[in-house]
Design a protein around this ligand. Structure first.
Ligand SMILES: Cc1cc2nc3c(=O)[nH]c(=O)nc-3n(C[C@H](O)[C@H](O)[C@H](O)COP(=O)(O)OP(=O)(O)OC[C@H]3O[C@@H](n4cnc5c(N)ncnc54)[C@H](O)[C@@H]3O)c2cc1C
Length: 98
C-alpha cells in the first residue's frame, strides 16, 4: 500500500474511517454563525440561524441526524417559517390600516 509518494507500507488489510462533512457552503456564504462545537451551523430550537430569515435543519446542523430526525427538524422549521411569514403579512396589513 502506498500512502504517500515514496512511502510504502506492507499491510494485509486497511480500514479508513470517513469524516462526514455537510455541504453547508450556501449557509456559510450567507454569514450564518457557526456553533464552535461541533463546528456546524448554529440554530435555535426551531432551526433559525443567526441570519434573519434563514433556517436550517438536518445534517448541516446535526452530525448524528438520521432521515427521520432530519425530516422532523425540517417540519419544525417549516412551521416556524410559516409563522414568520404570517407575522410579516399581519405587520404589513396593520401598518396599512388608517
Ligand atoms: C452512507 C450513509 C448511510 C446512511 N444511512 C442511513 C440510514 O440507514 N438511515 C437513516 O435514517 N439515515 C441514514 N443516513 C443519514 C441520512 O442520509 C441523513 O441524516 C439525511 O439524509 C439528512 O437529510 P438532510 O436533508 O439534512 O440532508 P441531505 O439528505 O444530504 O439533503 C440535502 C440536499 O441539499 C442539496 N443541496 C446542498 N447544497 C445545496 C445548494 N446550495 N443548493 C441546492 N441544493 C443543495 C443536496 O444536494 C441534497 O440533495 C446515512 C448517511 C450516509 C452518508
Amino acid at each position: 500500500m502506498q500512502i504517500r509518494k515514496n512511502s510504502k507500507s506492507e499491510r494485509f488489510r486497511s480500514f479508513i474511517a470517513p469524516r462526514p462533512r455537510p455541504n453547508d457552503r450556501l449557509l456559510r456564504s450567507l454569514g450564518c454563525a457557526i456553533d464552535a462545537n461541533p463546528g456546524l451551523i448554529a440554530v435555535d430550537h426551531f432551526g433559525q440561524t443567526s441570519v434573519h430569515g434563514v433556517w436550517a435543519a438536518g445534517n448541516v446542523v446535526t452530525p448524528s441526524a438520521q432521515v427521520i430526525t432530519a425530516a422532523g427538524a425540517g417540519s419544525a422549521s417549516a412551521i416556524a417559517i410559516n409563522r414568520w411569514l404570517l407575522q410579516k403579512d399581519l405587520d404589513v396589513a396593520s401598518a396599512a390600516r388608517p
